[in-house]
Ligand binder design. Sequence first.
Ligand SMILES: Nc1ncnc2c1ncn2[C@@H]1O[C@H](COP(=O)(O)OP(=O)(O)OP(=O)(O)O)[C@@H](O)[C@H]1O
Ligand SMILES: [Mg+2]
Length: 233
Amino acid sequence: MLKVRNLTSGYDRSQILFDMSFEVDAGEAICLMGRNGMGKTTTVRALMGLLPTWDGTIEFEGSRLDGLSAARVARQGLGLVPEGRQVFPNLTVHENLKVAAANRRGDPKPWTEDRVYELFPGLLERTDSYANLLSGGEQQMLAIGRALMTNPRLLILDEATEGLAPVIRDQIWDCIARLRGLGQSIVVIDKHIKRLLGVVDRFYVVEKGRTVWSGTAERVRAEENTVKQYLSV
Ligand SMILES: Nc1ncnc2c1ncn2[C@@H]1O[C@H](COP(=O)(O)OP(=O)(O)OP(=O)(O)O)[C@@H](O)[C@H]1O
Ligand SMILES: [Mg+2]
């Protein structure tokens, strides 16, 4: 579904991505992991058309995304839950979901507000609350709901469990597992690898703007020490 090949990118003259290569199959959930500052969010920005691709290719469902504007990338069906949530603080839960709605590709079973509330029952009670009055966990659920309302072919979650209490994190992971059960293709960026082992199909380690290791959940378990070394400071 998504093929990233030898992607290089960065900010102005500062190169951050040197050789990013990874793939996502349809219906698969993959995880990008790596220490702070290794280029995971930069990779997401390049994928979404928020940063230019300097070299390499991004292919999505057979067509090239590199060189497209962020708006066109979104129209192709990439949905992002950005680092730091970024919901509209002065809109209610209902309004946040409503303004995000876009069934650009005519999905026959589009996401609706009701389906988002089914996924996150806690949000239903908060439908008329302003987003800035929600807890961190509720804001994160709303951010995921907003991305789903665009009916993404591929959903990308950048540190969706960052700063949340363990019990709330579990809810987010359960949600990711349920979405995957529905056939949603997903890219997760997260640090809690142990918990993700049961949720994600394959893992990639990102180091200094490159993918340096990849493997299935079984392989992560079998090569725990190698993986730990990549992730330890
Ligand atoms: N807007 C920016 N302008 C210049 N450099 C940036 C910018 N944003 C990030 N960087 C640099 O790019 C490098 C990679 O950052 P990035 O945010 O992609 O890392 P990350 O893997 O997502 O880290 P984290 O786990 O902390 O989220 C870092 O050295 C960072 O300082
Ligand atoms: Mg990041």
